[in-house]
Each structure stands twice: as structure tokens, then as C-alpha cells.
Write a protein that binds this ligand. Structure first.
Ligand code: ADP
Length: 291
């Protein structure tokens, strides 16, 4: 069953693009990634789904219910972690979490304490005394304490140190085992690759592609930098070069061809050095546009 369904969802701001014509769906139990550079429209999509802002046109449903007509009901079973968390500073963490937890029928103080313990979050501290990372942890507990059926995470890992990130990812896998569906937005390709089964790629307010991680990683695009010996001609004949750039004695290629073929071609060239790397997110996007 589709837990989230978007039909040509569009949100225009007065002077800004927002999102246009976004359609995709998320199946029950999936960890679904939503990836795109900053300003692509991820938060706009999420905030529209949560009915924090109204769609300009198109529609969407969560649990089969219209996001505008049934937003209150939907929110009961949704856990949301915003990209930036703002709280009343002079509250204690435990008071804030108890207050917001009470709005949900499944609120459970044992689960709240368990989550705080796991994240190493001191519930007795005042919000104003917390670091950015600790505020993020408050947001995580708040998003998970009522065992929601759908968890929506907007850039969740910012501010978490690597150890906490690891713990957080384990936590999400546990939630998935419990049956939760997870919508995970990020501009960091590697973490989406690690966590998600499928991803929707968004750029400049438009959906570029919806694809499984498996087929994403099958397209093994590489960045290849060839440093030629000074005075040698910069030339390579190779199939699978998507893009080529030359600067003094350096040639940069975006390459999607066979790696053996690349290596054997390199063998015959007057090279000083070679670098083969994963492309950045933007370069991966370019690859999608070319297809
Ligand atoms: P992302 O979450 O992917 O970084 P956003 O959804 O925040 O992207 O932004 C998408 C586009 O909508 C950007 O061009 C941004 O400037 C614009 N935008 C976002 N929020 C507002 C707003 N409240 N008013 C006007 N424009 C906005």
C-alpha cells in the first residue's frame, strides 16, 4: 500500500519557484530518500505534505487521506524532524517532550526515556543550555516518541557527530523493523545511498528521477583526473566520457564506461598522476540530465 502519494503537487511562492508538478509514491515499510541540492524544494515538499503550507495545485495523500482535508488525523501517526529546530528556550527538555508528546495517543514516557538514554540526551537540562547537536537530539526524540507509522526527516544528520549518526541510523532501521515507513530528505548522497532503498531526485523544484539505489549505484559514474607529464599532448580516446575539461596539464573526465577499458587506456598515456573518485552530487545530477 502507498503510505505517501503525490499527484502533480505544486507550491509557488510569491516571488519564488517552490516546487512544480511533483508526483511519486512511497510504499509501506520503505526507507525512501529525497535528495537534491540546497534550494531544490525538499523542505517545501515536506512542509506541504504536513499541511504547514498549502499546495498551489495538485494533491497528495498520506495513509490514503488527503493532506489538506485530513491533516490533523494524519499528524497523529506522523513523526517529523524539521531541518532546523526552534524551541522555547527556558523550558526543560523533559517538559517540552512531555508537552508535545501528549498530543499523540501513543505517547509513552518509557519510550521517551529509552530514546533519550540511547542518544545520551539529558532530559533535565534547559533547552537554552543545549548545543546545536543536542537540540537535534531533542528533535529526534520528539519525532519518534509516539511510534509513528510514518517518519519524515528533513536533513536529519546535520549537527550529529559520526557516532550519534551511526546510532541514529540504527534507530531508524529498528523503526523500519517495527513497520514504520521513513521519508528521508538530504543533500548528502552517501547517507541516502546507505539508508534508502529508493530515492526521488529533485532539482530546481522539479522531480528529476525516482530510482532504486541499486540502479543508481549500478551507473558507476567516476570522476577521473589525469595529470599529464609537462609538454605531452593531452589526449585520450575513450568511450563513456560524459564530460571533459582541460586545464594546463590536467584533464578531468566524468566517466561512465567500463573501468577495465579505462585502466588499459591509461596504461599507454604519458601520465604523471591519476585520481579516480566518486563524483559529487551535482555531477551525478548532470549525468541524469544527459541520459
Ligand atoms: P531545500 O529544502 O531543498 O533546500 P526549499 O524547499 O527550502 O529547498 O526551497 C525551494 C525554493 O523555494 C527555493 O528557491 C527557496 O528560495 C524557495 N522558498 C522556500 N521557502 C520560501 C518561502 N517561505 N517564501 C518564498 N520562497 C521560499
Amino acid at each position: 500500500m502507498a503510505i505517501v502519494e503525490l499527484h502533480q503537487l505544486t507550491k509557488s511562492y510569491k516571488n519564488n519557484r517552490g516546487i512544480s508538478d511533483i508526483s511519486f509514491s512511497i510504499e509501506e515499510g520503505e526507507i525512501f530518500g529525497f535528495i537534491g541540492p540546497n534550494g531544490a524544494g525538499k523542505s517545501t515538499t515536506i512542509r506541504t505534505l504536513l499541511n504547514l503550507i498549502f499546495p498551489t495545485s495538485g494533491s497528495a495523500a498520506i495513509f490514503g487521506k488527503d493532506i489538506v482535508k485530513h491533516s490533523k488525523e494524519i499528524r497523529q501517526d506522523v513523526g517529523y524532524l524539521p531541518s532546523e529546530v526552534h524551541y522555547y528556550d527556558d523550558m526543560k527538555v523533559i517538559d517540552l517532550l512531555t508537552y508535545s508528546g501528549r498530543f499523540h495517543r501513543n505517547f509513552n514516557t518509557v519510550r521517551m526515556k529509552e530514546l533519550a538514554d540511547g542518544l545520551d540526551l539529558d532530559l533535565s537540562r534547559k533547552i537554552e543550555d543545549l548545543s546545536f547537536g543536542n537540540r537535534k537530539k531533542v528533535g529526534i526524540v520528539q519525532a519518534l516518541l509516539h511510534q509513528p507509522r510514518l517518519i519524515i526527516l528533513d536533513e536529519p544528520t546535520g549537527g550529529l557527530d559520526p557516532l550519534m549518526q551511526h546510532y541514529f541510523f540504527d534507530l531508524l532501521h529498528e523503526e523500519q523493523k517495527r513497520g514504520a515507513t521513513i521519508f528521508f530528505s538530504s543533500h548528502i548522497l552517501s547517507e541516502v545511498q546507505k539508508m534508502c532503498e529508493r530515492v526521488a531526485i529533485i532539482k530546481e523544484g522539479k522531480l528529476v528521477q525516482v530510482e532504486s539505489i541499486e540502479s543508481l549505484t549500478k551507473n558507476k559514474v567516476k570522476n577521473v583526473t589525469l595529470i599529464f607529464k609537462v609538454g605531452e599532448p593531452l589526449h585520450i580516446e575513450l568511450e563513456g566520457v560524459i564530460q571533459q575539461e582541460i586545464k594546463s596539464n590536467e584533464m578531468r573526465l566524468l566517466y561512465s564506461g567500463n573501468i577495465q577499458e579505462l585502466l588499459s587506456k591509461l596504461n599507454g598515456l604519458p601520465l604523471h598522476d591519476v585520481l579516480i573518485e566518486e563524483p559529487t552530487l551535482e555531477e551525478t545530477f548532470m549525468h541524469y540530465y544527459e541520459k
